[in-house]
Design a binder for this molecule. Structure first.
Ligand code: PHE
Length: 340
């Protein structure tokens, strides 16, 4: 009897020794001390014996059972330890690895230019205003001294909408920011000193033209603002914008229906493969008396200047970019190069 029990315990030692995971632990446990386990069955054999014999054998069997339970408990805690160290080693953090790094967003070059321009003009007392991209015929053309059928309108190939304004004329995508002159000057009293940056649209597309592009309009209306002020302010603006005193600049006589006299302002590329070439960056001029009248003001008292500059063009010159279509291709290799 005692031999038998010893054998069972020895067997159990061997079996628990070979256990590798908790599933086989459960199996071995059931085999020895489960409901139908070896030891349990063994115990049942003595159910018909007298009390004294049962007590003696029961004691021995319990001792054997205790031994097996110790084996079980030891193996269980061993397996737990193994599991913990396994999971620790599989989640190891290698602190010597280089970090993944965060990629920061970047402001689009055109917006960077717009913000730079706003800052410069604010610093010399201009307000910054904003207006709609869908315009009326009056604001975009007629009020700017380009009546219907006037040949000057064909200077700007226009996108028209299938919608009419209250005069029965088709609405259009503004071809320049100049309608902001009309919007602002006819609802605000002089002195008026504003810039209006924004999107503009023309049926045009090549290395220096895009069907959607950006302009900034400048407008100063007061009692004694002349072409000399335009030249002074605009040149000063460019010096700030390009952060240099040495600008290659020319005011070339030109024509716009809404200014008289008019000029186009050209600047020379000083870097990039366009180096040495002139690029037109702005139209400008003394506001035409008819336009002052269309603002609802008396041209006998009020005068001023206006300019309209291309933000793409200014950006191209600042960074030496030769093709303006880069701005709209969203190629990060291009965009990420421009960070100041
Ligand atoms: N609106 C003109 C253009 O887009 C530029 C301009 C603005 C000219 C203001 C004169 C005065 O070409």
């Amino acid at each position: 009897m005692i031999h038998l029990l010893d054998d069972i315990v020895k067997n159990a030692e061997k079996e628990f020794e070979s256990v590798k995971d908790s599933a086989s632990l459960d199996r071995v446990k059931a085999h020895f001390i489960g409901k139908n386990g070896v030891l349990t069955k063994f115990f049942k054999q003595f159910s018909d014996f007298d009390i004294e014999t049962k007590r003696q054998y029961g004691k021995l069997i319990n001792e054997a059972k205790n031994k097996i339970e110790v084996l079980l408990a030891n193996k269980k805690s061993y397996l737990q330890d193994v599991n913990i160290s396994l999971s620790v080693s599989s989640n190891l953090i290698d602190v010597t690895l280089p970090g993944r790094g965060k990629s920061f967003g970047n402001i689009h070059p055109i917006m960077r230019t717009q913000e730079r321009i706003e800052k410069i003009f604010r610093s010399i007392g201009f307000d910054v205003i904003d207006g709609p991209e869908i315009e009326t015929d009056w604001n975009n053309f007629t009020a700017l001294n380009s009546p219907i059928d006037h040949p000057a309108r064909s200077m700007q190939d226009t996108f028209y909408l299938n919608l009419k304004d209250q005069n029965g004329l088709p609405l259009l995508l503004r071809t320049h920011t100049s309608p902001m002159q009309v919007r602002y000057a006819s609802t605000n009293k002089p002195p008026i000193k504003v810039i209006a940056p924004g999107k503009t649209y023309r049926i045009d597309s090549d290395a220096t033209h895009s069907p959607m592009f950006h302009q900034v309009e400048g407008l100063w209306v007061s009692k004694d603002v002349s072409f000399a002020d335009l030249k002074g302010i605009y040149t000063e603006f460019l010096k700030c914008f390009f952060e240099t005193e040495n600008l290659l600049l020319r005011f070339r006589p030109s024509f716009f229906p809404f200014t008289e006299p008019s000029a186009e302002i050209d600047m020379m590329f000083t870097s990039g493969s366009n180096k040495g070439k002139w690029l037109e960056i702005s139209g400008a001029g003394q506001i035409h008396p008819n336009v002052i009248r269309n603002f609802g003001l008396n041209p006998e008292y009020y005068m001023g200047f206006a300019f309209g500059s291309g933000l793409e063009r200014l950006t191209m010159l600042r960074y030496g970019i030769t093709d303006l279509r880069h701005f709209y291709e969203n190629d990060l290799r291009f965009l990420n190069q421009i960070r100041n």
